[in-house]
Design a protein around this ligand. Structure first.
Ligand SMILES: *Cc1c(COP(=O)(O)O)cnc(C)c1O
Length: 221
């Protein structure tokens, strides 16, 4: 397996404006360094401890994105090390991020995670929860959060039609929010959707960020 070739193959298939997040969860620092040597600069992790440990050990100028479910008690540890949190999935969580961000005087870029899959185990707001969040007084007080867009994970299935419909739904929701809730914000422009098995469909449906692990680094154990 050649990480540099894998990265190139993917980059050749995607438009220039789409950002590739190399999902390095479970992979060693050694392995990640191969991707850095190949010129890659954005990495995604789904566990706070693992992200922070890797960020502390790798001194190259790279970005770390938090893509997994985030517990409120880990927010403080995470904030100094991440440049984008993809997985804001509750009001409680975003209030905690705002509180800790204020303490260190850092504006934290975040994506709102939307539940689009059939699996109940996946995280994210449903539409009702989302609108009650956006219309709450709490929302207006999140001065240290920079909302940059939405994130979603499609159902894990071979049914491409289902996957496409889920991404299409997310894209429509994104456009609606951009127009009606974030029209004042120049930052709300990212749509994080697409993984190893569905990124081409996601790009077709308007993704601006794809999160790819196994296709770059090989199957995880
Ligand atoms: C693991 C993970 C990915 C990447 O999955 P692959 O199938 O290895 O590409 C993307 N997004 C999230 C949230 C993940 O946890």
């Amino acid at each position: 397996m050649n990480i540099k070739d894998n990265l190139e193959k993917i980059k050749n298939k995607i438009p220039e404006h789409v950002k590739l997040i190399a999902v390095s969860k479970t992979y060693s620092i050694e392995t990640i360094k191969h991707a850095i040597d190949a010129g890659h600069t954005i990495f995604g992790e789904n566990k706070v401890q693992e992200l922070v440990q890797k960020a502390q050990q790798i001194h190259s100028n790279i970005e770390w994105h938090m893509i997994g479910h985030l517990q409120t008690n880990k927010v403080k540890l995470l904030l100094p090390w991440t440049s984008l949190i993809h997985s804001v999935d509750s009001l409680k969580l975003v209030k905690e991020i705002n509180k800790e961000a204020r303490k260190i005087n850092k504006i934290v870029p975040c994506l709102i995670q939307i539940h689009i899959a059939k699996e109940e185990t996946k995280f994210g707001f449903n539409e009702t929860e989302l609108y009650s969040f956006l219309n709450s007084t709490d929302f207006k007080e999140l001065n240290f959060i920079q909302f940059k867009g939405l994130m979603g994970m499609a159902t894990f299935t071979d049914d491409v039609k289902l996957i496409r419909s889920e991404f299409m739904y997310l894209r429509k929701l994104f456009e609606e929010l951009k127009k009606n809730h974030f029209s004042e914000s120049p930052y709300f422009k990212e749509l994080s959707m697409g993984m190893s098995n569905d990124y081409l469909v996601a790009i077709d449906e308007g993704s601006t960020m794809i999160r790819i692990g196994s296709l770059i680094f090989g199957e995880r154990n």
